[in-house]
Design a protein around this ligand. Structure first.
Ligand code: AMP
Length: 108
């Protein structure tokens, strides 16, 4: 079970900003920007590369909702790390949503 599934199941604490039946968004524990949210499907999917087009579409729509919910006005960045060369640490698909300042070369 991934650490994000434990968050989804409320087995470990997190700061949730938005949730629906299929997705959850919570604050990154080690924020790299003033706003750093992780957007995660509730089903365990390894990464972007192994996700269906349908899931990618839905998580994209949910990510837009998260940005609106947070009142982000000046733009934001979404990043998903994939596999070894992508430096993906948590093996459960997630998008980093970074915002709240000029992001320069900040990445998730
Ligand atoms: P990645 O390298 O793309 O797999 O990113 C994993 C992200 O998960 C990192 O930014 C971590 O800071 C974050 N993270 C790991 N554990 C937790 C946790 N318990 N709650 C919130 N964020 C976490």
């Amino acid at each position: 079970m991934s650490i994000f599934t434990k968050i989804i199941n409320r087995e470990i604490p997190s700061s949730i900003v938005l949730e629906n039946e299929e997705f959850i968004a919570f604050k990154d524990i080690a924020p790299k920007a003033k706003i750093h949210i992780l957007v995660v499907p509730k089903i365990e999917v390894l990464d972007f590369d192994s996700a269906s087009g349908e899931l990618i579409g839905k998580i994209g729509t949910f990510t837009q909702e998260v940005a609106r919910h947070l009142g982000i006005k000046n733009g934001y960045r979404i990043i998903t790390n994939i596999g070894q060369d992508g430096n993906q640490e948590v093996k459960h698909l997630h998008f980093h949503l970074l915002a709240g300042e000029n992001l320069g070369d900040i990445r998730g």
